[in-house]
Design a protein around this ligand. Structure first.
Ligand SMILES: [Mg+2]
Length: 279
């Protein structure tokens, strides 16, 4: 057992009094949403937390699937969680737009998940001008027309939102297992063509993390963020003011930009089973 602690007060690190635990999904709970094999240490910690009676939630940067689809994947992998405690980057982006312009007309590049989350928030998802916001998620079926239309709408002044921020990611699409270009790379093309600068919505954006904790009815000081990625999970959790737990996974750390945010976890473990003794 190797536990590394940040030099913080005992209260901050007392995991026994935390009442909300927010988990990352890909490479933390399950391999990824297209390979939903659970990590046994995550399942054991999840069950121990359930037994303790704390609230469990999910905040994932996956933007190509809706909250409902992510919920299906984790439940199938053995994690009990109500659908309303599952937050995707698409749902976070929808909340971000809703907070600025309720009912906004949005053009979305994505595989359907973000569209579903935007509609669930009461936003007007449309392919026709006028467009208030352009939101871009990973989309392996994107056409030139869609990219061109998104670019034109941004040129006309629609703000552009990057739903999460991965340059590329592993997945299966139409039966092909491969690495795929992520939303950040699609957005880069639009930025290059227009000179506009996108807002990336998802972890590590602190607003999204704080919003999730607030919607669930908690304070950030009550909450723990658990994830595998220092640049998304840990940077976002730290910036929001949460206690952060980094689990070491040997592979598949997705590339994210975290800027100047602090990526040092409150606690770093080799296995999430190490955390159970600290509850
Ligand atoms: Mg992850």
């Amino acid at each position: 057992m190797s536990i590394k602690l940040k030099g913080l007060g005992a209260d901050f690190m007392d995991l026994s009094n935390k009442t909300l635990w927010v988990f990352d999904v890909d490479n933390t709970m399950i391999l990824d949403v297209e390979h939903p094999t659970p990590f046994e240490d995550a399942l054991k910690l999840w069950k121990a937390l359930e037994k303790k009676g704390v609230t469990l939630a999910i905040l994932t940067n996956v933007g190509r699937l809706s909250s409902r689809q992510v919920h299906q994947a984790v439940v199938k992998a053995g994690f009990n969680i109500p659908l309303e405690n599952v937050y995707t980057a698409g749902a976070a982006a929808a909340a971000y737009v809703h907070n600025r312009k309720p009912g906004a007309r949005c053009f979305i590049i994505g595989e359907g998940g973000a569209q579903e989350d935007f509609i669930a928030r009461g936003l007007d998802v449309t392919n026709n001008p006028p467009i208030d916001y352009v939101a871009v998620g990973a989309d392996r079926g994107m056409t030139f027309h869609e990219l061109n239309f998104a670019t034109k709408m941004v040129q006309k002044g629609a703000p552009i939102i990057c739903i999460s921020g991965s340059r590329d990611y592993p997945g299966i699409y139409l039966g092909y297992e491969d690495m795929y270009i992520g939303e950040r790379s699609i957005v880069a093309a639009i930025e290059h063509a227009t000179g506009a600068k996108a807002v990336t919505v998802g972890k590590p954006l602190p607003e999204i993390v704080v919003e999730t904790v607030k919607i669930l009815g908690f304070k950030v000081s009550d909450a723990v963020m658990v994830g595998d990625n220092p640049h998304s999970d840990i940077a976002g959790g730290n910036a929001a003011g949460m206690t952060t737990v980094l689990v070491h996974r040997p592979d598949n750390i997705i590339d994210f930009e975290s800027g100047d945010l602090d990526t040092t976890p409150s606690l770093e473990v080799q296995s999430l089973e190490e955390v159970i003794a600290m509850l």
